[in-house]
Design a binder for this molecule. Structure first.
Ligand SMILES: NC(=O)c1ccc[n+]([C@@H]2O[C@H](COP(=O)([O-])OP(=O)(O)OC[C@H]3O[C@@H](n4cnc5c(N)ncnc54)[C@H](O)[C@@H]3O)[C@@H](O)[C@H]2O)c1
Length: 448
């Protein structure tokens, strides 16, 4: 089938590659010329395991092309995926400017029946908004053409995006039109039945992917509610970790004991510095905003946000407990990406923590296995170290912010010798307290 994917960020690029790999004819469009140039050269603009190889493979077999020509792509393809960013406005409301701009151009360019599939995470009611904007922008000569809107939220996890795209836990299709639903089921058939070559020898292959067909409003809410639930689960366990610290319990044993209850489960039960990234913060805020707009209470959502904000400053407080005055101290920070296996730094906890340390007058030396430049929101006084050992040299304290595997396997005896004082604040509980204490560190985790 002929598919156009608008926006080649984390979601659009992975979606485009997945659809090309399962046999469709895909045109990926982005307004960012540099990104398109990189993709045309077979380079991957984001760090995501396995993605670069799949881009090269699908360019070669001509199942995917990359372009900045949005109008041409809309005209030539039948199913149009929208995967543009929906970043938060200061009020918490998502900024739909990119989505609106794309919808206007779709309206102007329609030249036959099209299914417009929205994969961006959007406020409740956006499917109806898209329909209205497209209708308003139809020209006299293209008013005869029909189109349908589908809400098809994306659930991929950065760091595991390729795997999640090929082996999703569910596919949600929110649409009012049977014609559109039938086309979506046809499009996803190889994925639903797990009948495509990439799946054949892959351990992650599933028997069949569940498909949920619903109305667009419920589909939009499934996405927000899922992310908000996961964020609230982490905030909940962080609150329990903070209680553990007060009463002398160990969060690792507490979560193990809780997680064995199948009603609770062990996932998203890791206490730490809290959630960040391009999705959870903005999606929880957006759902709370919608709730308030519609006169519903958002007590749990607002508390989840509050606990999460507190958790970041808790790391700074722990450093203050050890160092007293922070001014002129040297602080090594391990991890800048908001989570491991990605280069994404949007709303990363590292930014809040490092900016606070710098504001208090510390020197910060940070290291990340993938992020090599200071993110735009981070105070540029932070020095980027080439490796963890260089970051630790002469440091008064070492703070672990991202749970990269590399940080578990460092030579901590070497780190201890390099540091001015052997103190670790483990914001992700990735190290074993007993082992680190035996090595001579003053070790402080979260709730342990
Ligand atoms: N990143 C994730 O893990 C994830 C997971 C699920 C859902 N989502 C949602 O998916 C959406 C996209 O997220 P992302 O992380 O891929 O964003 P992104 O910022 O990485 O990518 C968006 C892309 O859209 C392009 N774009 C913007 N306006 C355009 C236009 N008018 N024409 C063509 N291209 C345009 C941008 O240049 C950019 O390359 C968001 O709503 C996000 O909430 C993201």
């Amino acid at each position: 089938m002929k598919v156009c994917v608008i926006g080649t960020g984390y979601v659009g690029l992975v979606t485009g590659i997945c659809l090309a790999e399962i046999g469709h004819d895909v045109v990926c469009v982005d307004k960012d010329e540099e990104k398109i140039k990189m993709l045309l050269a077979g380079k991957c603009p984001i760090y995501e395991e396995g993605l670069k190889e799949l881009i090269g493979k699908n360019i070669k077999r001509k199942t995917i092309v990359f372009t900045t020509d949005l109008e041409g792509a809309i005209k030539s393809q039948e199913i149009i995926f929208i995967c543009v960013g929906t970043p938060p406005l200061p009020s918490g409301k998502p900024d739909l400017a990119s989505l609106d701009a794309v919808s206007r151009l779709i309206g102007k360019s329609i030249n036959g029946y099209k299914v417009i599939v929205n994969k961006s995470t959007v406020p409740i009611g956006t499917a109806k908004r898209l329909k209205k904007i497209i209708n308003e922008n139809l020209r006299d000569d293209n008013k005869i053409h029909e189109f349908d809107i589908v809400s098809n939220p994306e659930f991929l996890k950065e760091g595991e995006a390729v795997n999640d795209a090929f082996f999703p836990e569910r596919i949600v299709i929110g649409a009012e039109s049977k014609r559109a639903i039938d086309l979506m089921e046809k499009l996803y058939k190889p994925l639903i039945e797990q009948d495509f070559s990439y799946a054949q020898n892959n351990a992650a292959k599933k028997d069949r992917i569940p498909v949920i067909i619903t109305d667009s409003t419920s589909s939009e809410l499934i996405k927000y509610a899922s992310n908000s639930f996961l964020a609230a689960k982490i905030s909940f366990i962080n609150e329990i970790a903070n209680i553990c610290e007060r009463v002398g319990a160990n969060i690792l044993d507490v979560t193990h004991g809780m997680g064995l209850d199948s009603r609770i489960g062990s996932k998203f039960m890791k206490a730490g510095i809290g959630w960040g990234g391009s999705c959870f913060p903005k999606d929880v805020r957006a759902l709370a905003f919608t709730a308030e707009e519609y006169g519903a209470e958002a007590n749990i959502l607002n508390s989840a946000i509050q606990v999460n904000n507190y958790q970041r400053y808790k790391i700074v407080q722990k450093a203050m407990d050890v160092l007293g005055i922070i001014e002129d101290k040297t602080i090594a920070v391990l991890g800048i990406a908001f989570k491991p296996n990605t280069d994404d730094t949007r709303e990363a906890p590292s930014i809040t923590v490092i900016n606070k340390f710098l504001e208090l007058g510390a020197d910060v030396r940070a290291y990340d296995p993938v992020v090599k430049a200071c993110p735009p929101e981070m105070d540029s006084k932070a020095i980027m170290a080439p490796d963890a050992y260089k970051a630790a040299e002469g440091a008064d304290i070492l703070v672990i912010v991202t749970d990269w595997n590399e940080f578990i396997n460092l030579d901590y005896l070497r780190i201890k010798k390099l540091m001015k004082a052997p103190c670790i604040i483990d914001g992700r509980n990735i190290l074993d307290k007993k082992t680190m204490t035996a090595l001579g560190f003053n070790y402080r985790g979260i709730g342990v």
